[in-house]
Ligand binder design. Structure first.
Ligand SMILES: [Zn+2]
Ligand SMILES: [Zn+2]
Length: 582
């Protein structure tokens, strides 16, 4: 059936006409015909065979003739001509999912972009965001779309994919005839990067739900439109797949489409051994093919003798064995977090003031918050000199008086120098409540030197936390060459916590490394590294990463109540010292 193909051809023609500046009526005629073909109940070839193309709503004589030519020969001379008339590069731009004629024209006219290569370069150099209504998200989306187009991985950071998917999820939940809807796939498992965004819904009339989904205003283009599945591309170039199943199959489908593949293979093998068959429609007894579960996910797991397994663990990394023996970890939750130990203000490179950051931490209900601006060698971001440390401490004393409902701790994110020494002297470090040490330069060191450098910082008695321990930036920078096992061992010995930095492009430590930390008996600190008030909310991505790393509340430094935290850090528990220091 060539319906989707034919509809796409007409949409492409409409795009070209629009770029050429042809009459909006002609453009609209092609688009309307395309939509009618998309929702056709039978193969368009059959309609053509009966010579009834003109009976399709919106398809007149001229469009019918073009369709007939295309269906017969597989090409269309009119379309090929158009492609030649339009600047060839612009036609190429339209192949990037989510780029329509308006954007293509804008990019060409404002930035001279007339090829996918130039588009990619402009996006990487952040030039697109200088244009009206183009933000960093769109830029990121365009890069992903280009990578997908080229068959590369094209994955989106969780921090961009999750908010977008939730927005659509809420809309889908509100559609007519939808009973339930959830996130699925790697999104539900909380992976650090996401391919396509998967949504799942249940309904007694799946086709009707898909029809509504692909017609949503947020759908900038439609990649697939079938009776149980629709795929759209958003303005941010995110590809969203919605599958709709019958209510009685929902649990089985949710289990199946959440994955991972490895987890599902293991689960099916286990089920088989127990005399069951598990697939996306339900759990069936092998002996008589009777359906015994499928409505809920819990039921699917129970039938094969397992506890329900949190999605973040479903990677076949021992979770099935743990579920069978009742030993699943009690994973940390966002609500367990008592405070954020790493944030920046406009005293260094943050956007917002000390007071605004404190207010934001209060609004989140935190018991404590640590202000940790950069240290002095970070001159280019106004790292704090000794005088400014004192000045800032004075402000913190005042704020502690003004806000008795939250304890504001004075911290620092101190640079680890190339030799592993720190940016401040020991006496200075001793005055802070919390010291996070991080590598911000000289990242290209060889493994031996880098390991020595970081070990020295981790073993420094003044250091409480090692910030973003591997330095990776997703899609941009590989982790440093470092013997992480040695670092983790040293952290366990010295009582230094290793950070799970929740910035979506860091998520550093990553999930599997976090698990090693807990296994070694060391602690993690899950921090936002917020540079603005909104970024305090990034913490949830750190939580997702921690959960994927089997982290429980007891492994998390900032899940401790204030007094316990200070005692563990070896700091006095009363705020009086600030007054003295100031
Ligand atoms: Zn840092
Ligand atoms: Zn930082």
């Amino acid at each position: 059936m060539k319906n989707a193909e034919a509809a796409e051809l007409l949409q492409n023609i409409a795009d070209m006409l629009e770029i050429k500046g042809e009459s909006p009526f002609r453009v609209r005629a092609y688009r309307e015909a395309a939509r009618a073909i998309e929702t056709l109940a039978e193969p368009i070839e059959a309609v053509a065979e009966r010579d009834e193309l003109e009976e399709i709503p919106g398809v007149g004589e001229s469009i019918a003739a073009k369709l007939a030519e295309y269906l017969e020969t597989g090409t269309l001379a009119y379309y090929e001509d158009l492609r030649e008339q339009v600047r060839p590069g612009l036609a190429e731009l339209l192949e990037v999912p989510g780029i329509g004629p308006k954007k293509a024209k804008l990019f060409y006219e404002q930035l001279g972009i007339d090829s996918i290569e130039k588009l990619e370069k402009a996006a990487r150099e952040h030039k697109l965001r200088t244009l009206p209504r183009i933000g960093p998200k769109t830029e990121e989306g365009i890069l992903n779309a280009i990578e997908r187009l080229r068959g590369r991985s094209g994955r989106t950071p969780l921090g961009i994919a999750l908010p977008a998917a939730r927005e659509f999820l809420e809309i889908v939940r509100g559609l007519k005839d939808v009973r339930q809807a959830d996130l699925a796939g790697s999104l539900r498992r909380g992976r650090d990067t996401i391919g396509d965004l998967d949504l799942l819904a249940s309904s007694d009339d799946p086709a009707r739900v898909v029809d509504q989904f692909v017609a949503l205003p947020g759908a900038k283009s439609i990649l697939a439109h079938g009776p149980t599945k629709g795929t759209i591309v958003t303005a941010e170039h995110l590809q969203i797949d919605l599958r709709v199943v019958k209510p009685e199959e929902y649990g089985a489908a949710l289990q199946y489409f959440t994955g991972s593949k490895a987890h599902n293979i293991h689960l099916r093998a286990l089920a088989e051994a127990a005399g069951y068959k598990v697939n996306e429609y339900g759990v069936f007894r092998t002996s008589d093919d009777r359906r015994v579960a499928g409505e809920t996910e819990k039921g699917v797991y129970q039938t094969v003798g397992l506890e329900w397994i949190p999605p973040e663990l479903r990677e076949d990394q021992g979770e099935i064995e743990a579920a069978a023996s009742g030993d699943l970890p009690d994973l940390v939750e966002l609500a367990d977090i008592r405070g954020d130990l790493h944030l920046h203000t406009d005293w260094s490179d943050g956007r917002d003031s000390l007071e605004q950051m404190v207010e934001a931490a209060r609004a989140r209900g935190y018991e404590y918050v640590v202000i940790s601006d950069h240290s002095v060698s970070m001159g280019f971001v106004h790292g704090l000199t000794l005088e400014r440390i004192q000045e800032q401490r004075g402000r913190i004393v005042e704020l502690n008086e003004r806000y008795p409902d939250i304890r504001i701790l004075h911290g620092t994110e101190v640079n680890i120098r190339a030799d592993g020494s720190l940016d401040y002297e020991d006496e200075v470090l001793a005055e802070f409540d919390v010291v996070t040490a991080s590598v911000h330069s000289g990242m290209g060191m060889d493994r031996e030197r880098m390991t020595r450098r970081i070990l020295r910082a981790v073993r420094n008695p003044h250091v409480d936390i090692l910030g973003h321990p591997t330095g990776r930036i997703l899609g941009k920078r590989e982790p440093y060459e470092v013997d992480l096992q040695a670092v983790i061992r040293a952290a366990a010995e010295s009582g230094t916590a290793l950070e799970i930095n929740a910035q979506p492009d860091r998520l550093d430590l990553k999930d599997t490394d976090a698990r090693l930390v807990a296994e070694a008996g060391a602690m993690v600190a899950i921090n936002s590294d917020a540079h603005s008030v909104e970024q305090l909310g990034l913490l949830e991505y750190g939580i997702a990463t921690a959960r994927r790393g089997w982290i429980e509340r007891k492994h998390v430094l900032n899940a401790l109540p204030l007094e316990q935290l200070l005692r563990r850090l070896g700091r006095p528990t009363t705020p009086a010292r600030y007054a003295l220091a100031a």
